[in-house]
Design a protein around this ligand. Structure first.
Ligand code: SF4
Ligand code: SF4
Length: 503
């Protein structure tokens, strides 16, 4: 309904209430009873994010303790993932870590296979495949990762928040405690909670350190004591402090302000993406529960979905940037629907199209395109992994050297070779000129090349090639890297010779 000015009835009412409301703010801004900014044209829905007040201060959110079917499954998944995270650094394959991400020494062991900076191209392609997988997964399932598997959500909601509920109680007690004066109870609870948070942050920091330095070295660092390795201990303290800050105060802001994945949601999801969504077709018009009221939808406006939300939003306003798909509102609403004897899933996993047009899941052109790119990248990284050798050698002519003509009619060049052993076993290495059987290789300064596991070595050698095999000043020779008679790699190197016709 619109009046002669073209204003809807709702806007006229708001405008009238606007005139009656008293000014509450020094900036002359006016807010309604739910603290939403009121303008001459109506209530501003989103003039700020849910955890910031009208003056820009941080609003701590005290969500109601979640419970229900989805929460139970999320707790099971969280326990499993935490167990995997804690156990993984202890897993070894042939005495070597299953997973090691030693960024300091630029050494990475993934599924028991050592990767070196020389394998960067495999990393780059695999990383690109991972990004496309995330884009594809998000286009189809939205932020399921955030709610179910992200370490931030798991530690926050399943570890730190649980400790908070145990010490401070549910949301009402938490709010009361936050607002009350400092007394014996508050001092005791705050001290206990923050002491446990600090210990937990230190443990989390050590778990991450085990992935960087390996569990054996971590054990050694712990047994030697903090002062024997002051720089590592300082780094652990720094990260413990960062984790404590995030889990005790920063909290959901990590998902809404910092996480790049969260920030990308608005471009990754569309109306066909499955998200945690309120079925407004079924729920509206909402209104207080009345038996046999046929003019109302199923939402009884109890607000439980808002009370449980750890990011402080009302999912009935649609998909919003803060929603981490934690499913707490789905459980809360299902419980309410059970009580009022209405079908569950008023808030559910569904796409906008499924709710609006009652359409089934649709494979869109975007999904097909992402899948094709992903398959291509996976194919390339698999091929690169299969063809990845046990050694990686670089052979270059020694700087500042010229060719030499030897009395026995050979031409010699001097080379330096750098050879990386990517395996976990020591390797005897032999160099051989391929394609020229008469060519010889002589090591300088050592009798043999032996490379210890996961290390590299350098060697200088002279390659002698019969003059008859050299056709110009710039030639290419192929040198084989062998171990125990098995050819591991073929390297092409330049070979300089005299101008044809000259002796
Ligand atoms: S709206 Fe629901 S799913 Fe989204 S964060 Fe809040 S409680 Fe979790
Ligand atoms: S919990 Fe369900 S019934 Fe209650 S306000 Fe939210 S959507 Fe409506």
């Amino acid at each position: 309904m619109v009046d002669q000015k073209g204003w809807s009835k709702e806007l006229v009412n708001m405008s009238n209430s606007f005139k009656e409301l008293k000014v509450k703010d020094t900036n002359e801004e006016i807010f309604d009873d739910k603290d939403k900014l009121i303008t001459e044209t109506g209530v501003s829905f989103r003039d700020r994010v849910s955890n910031i007040d009208k003056k820009g201060h941080r609003l701590m959110i005290h969500p109601k303790k979640p419970s229900g079917k989805f929460h139970k499954w999320r707790a099971i998944v969280a326990v499993l993932l935490l167990a995997i995270m804690i156990i993984t650094p202890f897993i070894k394959i042939n005495g070597n870590p299953f997973l090691l991400l030693d960024v300091l020494q630029r050494k990475f062991i993934i599924f028991g296979v050592v990767f070196w900076p020389q394998d960067f191209h495999i990393f780059a392609i695999s990383f690109l495949a991972l990004v496309i997988f995330i884009v594809l997964f998000t286009a189809v399932f939205g932020r399921i990762w955030c709610g179910w598997a992200c370490p931030q959500t798991i530690f926050m909601e399943m570890v730190f928040r649980k400790i908070e509920y145990l010490i401070d109680g549910d949301y009402q007690q938490q709010k009361r405690l936050a607002e009350q004066e400092w007394n014996g109870e508050k001092i005791f609870k705050r001290t206990l909670k923050h002491t446990i948070f600090i210990i937990m942050s230190f443990i989390v920091s050590n778990i991450f350190l085990a992935y960087i330095v390996g569990i054996d070295r971590l054990g050694m660092l712990v047994s030697d004591g903090p002062f024997a390795h002051a720089s590592t201990f300082t780094a652990v303290l720094f990260f413990s402090g960062a984790f404590y800050f995030v889990f005790s105060w920063f909290r959901e802001q990590a998902c809404t302000f910092v996480c790049p994945y969260g920030r990308l949601q608005s471009v990754l999801i569309d109306k066909n993406t499955i998200v945690v969504a309120y079925d407004y077709k079924r729920g509206e018009p909402r209104g207080k529960f009345k038996k046999n009221a046929d003019n109302l939808g199923d939402c009884i406006d109890c607000g439980n979905c808002v009370k449980v939300c750890p990011t402080g939003i009302d999912i009935r306003n649609g998909t919003q940037l803060e929603c981490v798909n934690c499913t707490a509102c789905m459980d809360a609403c299902d419980e309410v629907m059970d009580k009022v004897n209405r079908p569950k899933s008023l808030i559910k996993y569904a796409s906008h199209s499924q709710i609006e047009e009652k359409m089934n899941f649709k494979i869109t052109a975007r999904i097909i395109l992402y899948s094709a790119i992903l398959l291509l990248l996976l194919g390339i990284s698999t091929a690169l992994l299969i063809n990845r050798g046990d050694v990686e050698a670089t052979i270059l002519r020694a700087k500042g050297t010229m060719y030499q003509i030897t009395p026995d009619g050979m031409i010699s060049n001097v080379y330096t070779a750098t050879i990386i052993n990517k395996t976990f076993k020591n390797m005897p290495i032999e160099l051989k000129a391929l394609e020229i059987p008469e060519a010889t290789i002589e090591l300088i300064g050592k009798d043999k090349i032996e490379i210890k596991s996961e290390t590299f070595t350098s060697a200088t050698f002279i390659l002698k090639v019969p003059k008859t095999k050299i056709t110009g000043t710039r030639n290419t020779v192929k040198i084989g890297i062998l171990s125990n008679g098995v050819l591991l790699q073929e390297v092409s190197a330049g070979f300089s010779g005299p101008i044809p016709g000259m002796n």
